[in-house]
Ligand binder design. Structure first.
Ligand SMILES: NC(=O)c1ccc[n+]([C@@H]2O[C@H](COP(=O)([O-])OP(=O)(O)OC[C@H]3O[C@@H](n4cnc5c(N)ncnc54)[C@H](O)[C@@H]3O)[C@@H](O)[C@H]2O)c1
Length: 337
């Protein structure tokens, strides 16, 4: 079967990894074009992957006739407009999370995609491709544990001591956990209640640790702890509790060392280490879905719903009160097979 010709927009940390994975791990793909506003990075990545075309303007890449599908890994603020440009050009797109910067922006993309009549958008909510997350999902879906009663997520970043706003922590980081909660529980979130710890008492607009309580449509409950300034490394784990047992991931997969009266394990530095395999599986599955002509993976709807819950989380953090989420009606094209 013919290779899918891909253009990648944004070749920083995440984009460069996607280019490497597409080039080295996905035989069915060929990276033919790159775009970045940083000319040095652009030239370096193009030399490494052999892409023939380079652009400083992402929209020019989208319209190039050699580009059959687009991967967007530019900063968050460009996601919605570049994804819309892909829809306008009729080209499939894998857009990094978050799909947009607000639910209203994401809804415009959902509406445009529904109007086009076919799914073109996949969103980089890649925990669906992490083998450990998948095992948890398969276990709860098997029914062996009975009905799901509770979701628990822990997301820890080493941090950089650069204070992040509460909006950024929720929309850029916790959006992954909000999607995991929806996806794993197979349910929508109807209410959130958020509390958080700012970087300092005089910077209440910042957040270094956020606690999100969730209520689901089924009556189940959940809790997410997102600590973006842990200081020691990167960890993501989930636990689901059912009526007859529970199932959880354990992110620490490294060797166990016993020495000097201590027992220890190495903790991953960042997401590129922790989710190395998931990123490969994500782009491989995306390219195979393009070849098959059957859209799969996290959709624009998932991108939209995770942002709808994220917006409610921001409102709750600001007011200190629980906030309800009005769940809109989903178009049939987004129903999971
Ligand atoms: N799925 C995940 O687990 C995950 C992990 C990290 C980052 N991300 C997402 O990936 C995206 C990129 O994050 P990153 O960590 O690689 O950031 P980064 O800063 O390392 O890279 C961003 C790149 O985009 C380039 N850029 C800036 N404006 C551009 C434009 N208008 N057009 C084209 N390129 C442009 C920058 O020069 C830079 O090379 C973000 O949206 C982020 O949320 C996702």
């Amino acid at each position: 079967m013919k290779q899918v010709q891909i253009g990648v927009i944004g070749v920083g940390g995440m984009g460069e990894r996607h280019v490497r994975n597409l080039t080295q791990e996905v035989g069915a793909a060929r990276v033919v074009a790159l775009s970045d506003v940083d000319g040095v990075r652009l030239a370096h990545t193009a030399a490494a992957c052999g892409a023939a075309h380079t652009f400083t303007d992402g929209v020019a890449l989208i319209h190039h006739p050699d580009v059959e599908a687009v991967l967007i890994a530019a900063p968050d603020r460009f996601h919605a407009s570049l994804t819309q440009a892909c829809l306008d050009a009729g080209k499939p797109v894998l857009c990094e999370k978050p799909l947009a910067q607000s639910a209203a922006e994401a809804k415009r993309l959902v509406d445009a995609e529904v109007a086009s009549g076919r799914r073109l958008i996949q969103v980089g909510l890649m925990r669906e491709y992490d083998p450990a997350h998948l095992k948890v999902k398969q276990m709860i879906d098997s029914g062996a544990l009975g009905r799901a009663l509770a979701f628990r997520g822990v997301h820890v970043n080493a941090g950089s001591l650069t204070p992040r706003t509460i909006e950024d922590v929720i929309v850029n980081s916790a959006v992954h956990d909000l999607h995991s909660a929806r996806w794993m529980m197979g349910d929508e979130v109807t209410r959130v209640h958020v509390s958080y710890v700012p970087y300092s008492a005089d910077r209440p607009e910042t957040a270094r640790l956020v606690l999100i309580q969730l209520h689901f449509r089924s009556g189940a409950v959940g809790c997410i702890e997102c600590n973006v300034e842990a200081g020691y490394g990167y960890e993501v784990d989930v636990k689901l509790t059912g009526e007859r047992g529970s199932v959880e991931t354990s992110s620490l997969q490294s060797a166990v060392v016993r020495a000097n009266n201590q027992r220890g394990q190495w903790v991953e530095e960042d997401w590129l280490q922790r989710f190395e395999i998931a990123y490969i599986h994500e782009v491989r599955a995306w390219v195979h879905s393009l070849q098959a002509g059957v859209a799969a993976g996290p959709s624009a709807w998932d991108g939209y719903m995770s942002l709808l819950v994220a917006d409610a989380c921001i409102a709750s953090a600001q007011s200190g009160q629980p906030v309800d989420v009005d769940i809109p009606t989903m178009a049939d094209m987004y129903r999971r097979k």
